[in-house]
Design a protein around this ligand. Structure first.
Ligand code: NAD
Length: 262
């Protein structure tokens, strides 16, 4: 595979949280990065925080919109001459129980994460196959794709969909030298817009802890007793697309500080 320092990366939902940490890390390793997010000014501000326009650009792309997704892939090719690495990170969580979940809630969760990552992977795969240089597609799925918990049916189901996209695309794109892997984070409270935007308050109420203590609460439930930070997820992205992991595809790496069995 191409060395990371010569690669062009597209990270969706990268104006905030985990995605921003991933884009920052990839740029620090020498890659050129395209930050795609809902709001242009926010995406551009995140890119400017990483570097000048020859290193990082921000584009507006709602991943549920086929044309906007295509435009973000085109922007990568136009700005940096190609595309080698894609991170499906855009997401949101409504954190609702079965009985609370409306059809609109269900559709939104699935449109952004299952359909959105399908659209991004498809648009990117066309370029990756054409270039004949291999590449990586990485999904930021979730521990919830495997473990069942209450009050999260639409989110968890769409994360499980993403996890299966990883296996399916690993099978389909392998012959083109494209690796497809996933990361299952859990409990990334600090820096996460999902947690700040209401999910944190809901989870804190469920666990009976003050919201500002939620990160510590999650840490105590892990095997390592460590809080998971956006940078820890970014480290896993780096490892997955480094030349040293050239023979790994279809894998999901947990970044959750260890889940207790009971
Ligand atoms: P975040 O809110 O900080 O980041 C999500 C980003 O996605 C935001 O910038 C948002 O604007 C963007 N986004 C939302 N809908 C979009 C759309 N339709 N098109 C383009 N961009 C869109 O949250 P985060 O915690 O950094 O989450 C990033 C990813 O990590 C999500 O997929 C989330 O499900 C996953 N994840 C997070 C955790 C956690 O503990 N925080 C755990 C497991 C998985």
């Amino acid at each position: 595979p191409k060395p990371l320092a010569t690669r062009v990366a597209l990270v969706t939902g990268a104006a905030s949280g985990i995605g921003k940490a991933i884009a920052t890390r990839l740029a620090a390793e020498g890659a050129c990065v395209v930050i795609a997010d809902l709001d242009l000014a926010t995406a551009q501000a995140a890119a400017a925080g990483i570097g000048t326009e020859d290193v990082a650009i921000g584009v507006q792309a709602n991943v549920t919109d086929e044309a906007q997704v295509q435009a973000s892939v085109d922007a990568a090719v136009l700005a940096f001459g190609g595309l080698d690495l894609v991170v499906n990170n855009a997401g949101l969580s409504l954190s609702k129980s079965l009985l609370e979940t409306t059809v609109a809630d269900w559709d939104l969760q699935h449109n952004v994460m299952a359909k959105g990552s399908f659209l991004v992977s498809r648009a990117a795969a066309r370029v990756l196959i054409d270039q004949k240089l291999g590449g990586d597609i990485i999904y930021i799925s979730s521990k919830n794709s495997i473990f069942a918990g209450p009050n999260n049916i639409a989110y968890s189901a769409t994360k499980a969909d993403q996890a299966h996209q990883v296996r399916l695309l690993a099978a389909e794109l392998g012959e083109h030298g494209v690796k497809v892997n996933g990361i299952n984070p859990d409990g990334v409270v600090r820096g996460s817009g999902i947690f700040a935007g209401g999910w944190g308050a809901k989870r804190a109420a469920v666990y009976g802890v003050p919201e500002e203590e939620l990160g510590k609460y999650y840490a105590q439930r892990t095997l390592l007793k460590r809080e998971v930070l956006p940078e820890n997820v970014a480290n896993a992205v780096f490892v997955l697309c480094s030349s040293d992991l050239s023979h790994t595809t279809g894998l999901h790496i947990p970044v959750d500080a260890g889940v207790a069995a009971a």
